[in-house]
Design a protein around this ligand. Structure first.
Ligand code: HEM
Length: 221
């Protein structure tokens, strides 16, 4: 019963009520170089991005079409998109604050292999966030959809960045966010097989090829 009432919740309002104080705490941890705010912000942002992309894909494929929770998530997909962008950009800021803890120059740290894809990821997220309003939607017309399709470049780059960042900064060897991203990628591939609609899969592929190119440049021979 309690679960069923979930769909009556104004998700937009609660996403902000929960996110703003949490992000402020994470930012404070970043400023004082304490705890592990980088991992938490990255994973939460990835989960929110998945909640933005996955339910619409499942609906289009006809899965769980009548499921009230899925319909509820689809209804709030734009708000989820905005909040996921906010979390991921905050993750970038929070993680970057830890640059000050290290002896290396900030520019050198930004040029390290794990952070090279971030140069592509941050402008994409920022562009999408800036244009996530009715006025931009009206002004850009059809281009608005194309611009927001760029989100599909992110999964491949996030898998690459997440794994290298974990190995490089945290000395661990597996980024849990990959599991969630793998689900999104697999469902997008399945949608392509079923519908032959290739745009999303093509962009995912371009993201992966970019990651492979970066990997090859950093590991010659
Ligand atoms: C200056 C920018 C950035 C810095 C310095 C940075 C740094 C880091 C660090 C240190 C980690 C390891 C966190 C851990 O302890 O688990 C990490 C993980 C990750 N980051 Fe970033 N990041 C940046 C930007 C971004 C952006 C823009 C995105 C998304 C679009 C992103 C997505 C991820 C993901 C998915 C992980 C893996 C999380 C996990 O599975 O634990 N990062 N990043």
């Amino acid at each position: 019963m309690v679960l069923l009432d979930l769909v009556k919740i104004d998700l937009k309002k609660w996403l902000w009520i929960i996110s703003i104080p949490t992000l402020l705490v994470l930012l404070t941890l970043g400023i004082f170089q304490a705890g592990e705010p980088a991992g938490f912000s990255a994973i939460t942002g990835t989960v929110l991005l998945t909640l933005t992309l996955l339910p619409s894909m499942l609906m289009r494929l006809g899965f769980f079409k009548e499921n009230p929770y899925l319909r509820w998530l689809v209804k709030y997909r734009k708000d989820l998109g905005i909040i996921s962008g906010t979390w991921l950009l905050s993750h970038a800021l929070i993680s970057a604050l830890f640059f000050f803890k290290r002896d290396e120059s900030i520019l050198n740290q930004l040029l390290e292999p794990p952070l090279q894809p971030v140069w592509i990821m941050i402008p994409i997220l920022a562009l999408m966030l800036i244009t996530s309003n009715k006025a931009s939607e009206r002004k850009l017309g059809r281009q608005w959809r194309n611009l927001h399709s760029l989100v599909w470049l992110l999964p491949g780059l996030m898998v690459y960045h997440g794994n290298l960042a974990i190995a490089n900064f945290e000395k661990e060897d597996f980024a849990p966010a990959i599991i969630i991203l793998a689900v999104v990628i697999l469902v997008a591939i399945y949608e392509f097989i079923k519908t032959r609609s290739y745009k999303r899969v093509l962009l995912i592929l371009i993201g992966f090829i970019t990651a492979v190119v970066l990997w090859t440049i950093n590991n010659p021979g």
